[in-house]
Design a protein around this ligand. Structure first.
Ligand code: TYM
Length: 330
């Protein structure tokens, strides 16, 4: 049985990076013979300061966007992480297996703590909670963007270490990182990942952006002086990034796009790219606004949490028994 688990943190407005690395893959996997679990990792969001009201809204927003983008609650289990307490509990147990040294090598921690006077200890141990998220469901496959690769490697190490030290409890998961869309870069600087934490709002496109805003941001996106629509990450990273975004949003190959724009300048290419993105986002925005305040969404998330907790509690019990905790029949 193939089991897929993944999630998007409710720590900022959703941008199209999350579509490329995550949602686009979730939708493809849901069509295949996988059991899918998609969750909202709210416990991860609080590793940095969050306004409680904003966190509440963003958590529901991410869940609504999953469904609006096409995740089918009849096919996939959709839930909020903090509704399944086994995540926090297994997270603690796995911390006993993680080494300070390996956590210190996590590049995301280095980036996020860089220049800050204080950071929470949860930000440091965050990859262990992520491992617990995955291992609780015996996930075989985890679709993520390229920036999560190191966390997935750590998950695999922790699972193998636990299995060897105690007994085989956890499935060692495989990451799924697509060639296209797993590294969507900033529109103002192709050396930086597209991220909602960038102070320049023109560097990213949000799920909620109107067609006008999308056109404005794409028009401002950096290119180069060659004037040729050609994918070449080494020499033309900015244009290559735009071509990849186009490919992901239009579900077309890079070659098709390159040949369509042969002999055409960046202006027409950019206008079409903005149209392609807007055409994908508009129906998602409509469906999102129908569902976000609905009882239907609450019911989906409640059902999802009950279903997820069954599996999660079973794995947690096995892990506790393996470690030597006193567990009476429950
Ligand atoms: P998060 O919330 O930062 O990002 C969600 C997903 O989107 C991908 N992503 C991108 N992909 C391509 N280009 C970008 N610019 C871009 N920005 C984000 C991320 O790689 C990710 O797949 N730790 C995770 C959340 C998490 C998780 C998990 C994921 C917690 N537990 C268990 C999978 C399984 C995170 O912070 O993703």
């Amino acid at each position: 049985m193939k089991i897929v688990l993944s999630g998007i943190k409710p720590s900022g407005e959703l941008n199209i990076g999350g579509y490329g690395g995550a949602l686009h893959q979730f939708l493809a996997l849901q069509q295949q013979q996988f059991e899918c679990l998609f969750f909202v990792p709210d416990l991860h969001a609080v590793t940095v300061a969050q306004d409680p009201n904003v966190l509440r809204k963003r958590t529901m927003d991410i869940a609504a966007y999953y469904i609006a983008a096409g995740i089918d609650p009849k096919k996939a289990t959709i839930f909020i992480q903090s509704h399944v307490s086994a995540h926090a509990e297994l997270g603690w147990l796995m911390e006993t297996q993680a080494h300070f040294g390996e956590l210190s090598r996590m590049t995301q921690f280095k980036e996020k703590s860089n220049g800050k006077d204080t950071v929470s200890s949860a930000l440091f141990t965050y990859p262990v909670l992520m491992a617990a998220d995955i291992l609780l469901y015996q996930a075989t496959h985890v679709p993520v963007g390229d920036d999560q690769k190191q966390h997935l490697e750590m998950t695999r190490d922790l699972a193998a270490r636990f299995n060897q030290r105690f007994r085989p409890v956890f499935t060692v998961p495989e990451p799924i990182i697509q060639q296209l869309g797993s590294r969507i870069m900033s529109l103002d600087d192709p050396a930086k990942k597209m991220s909602k934490s960038n102070p320049n709002a023109n560097s990213y496109i949000l799920f909620q952006d109107s067609p006008e805003v999308i056109h404005k941001k794409i028009a401002k996106a950096v290119t180069d002086s060659e004037g040729v629509v050609r994918c070449d990450w080494a020499h033309k990273p900015a244009v290559s990034n735009l071509i990849e975004i186009y490919a992901v949003f239009a579900d077309e190959s890079v070659e098709t796009i390159e040949s369509r724009y042969k002999g055409v300048g960046y202006g027409a290419f950019k206008r079409d790219l903005a149209d392609v993105i807007a055409a994908k986002l508009q129906p998602i925005q409509r469906r999102y606004s129908e569902i976000v305040e609905s009882d239907e969404l609450i019911r989906i998330l409640k059902d999802g949490a009950v279903k997820a907790a069954e599996t999660a509690n079973r794995t947690l019990l096995q892990a506790k028994q393996a470690m030597g905790f006193v567990t009476w029949a429950q």
